[in-house]
Design a protein. Structure first.
Length: 113
């Protein structure tokens, strides 16, 4: 069975050009890339049960895009995630990282399995 983390990784691997990404926190021994992505599981809750057995689960995944150049020319995460079966949900601007200068945009996606 494919995990939700494998589904997200598969979707993000289709981005072109390739954008570096990591689960939860992007760690680098050198400077951070100009643009990178982090993702995390926000929630995973049962959506349906039958005969006391979970038959459907809904996941909310947050994809955060970080870019030094601002939030205008970002990678097309929407197309990658939609093609992988996710649905778009909310999005919001994140506070600029004062240490690195990266601007952030968080996009939530929902997946029902």
């Amino acid at each position: 069975m494919t995990t939700i983390f494998e589904r997200v990784t598969t979707a993000l691997n289709t981005l072109s050009p390739v954008i570096p990404f990591a689960l939860a926190l992007y760690k680098s021994t050198t400077d951070l890339p100009t643009t990178y992505i982090t993702y995390q599981l926000i929630s995973g809750v049962p959506e349906q049960n039958a005969d006391d057995v979970e038959t459907q689960r809904g996941y909310v995944i947050q994809i955060s895009i970080w870019a030094k150049g601002g939030l205008v020319a970002l990678p097309d995460v929407n197309t990658a995630m939609l093609a992988a079966g996710f649905q778009k949900s909310s999005e919001r601007q994140l506070p600029q990282d004062t240490d690195t200068g990266h601007y952030g945009l968080a996009k939530d996606f929902v997946y029902l399995e």
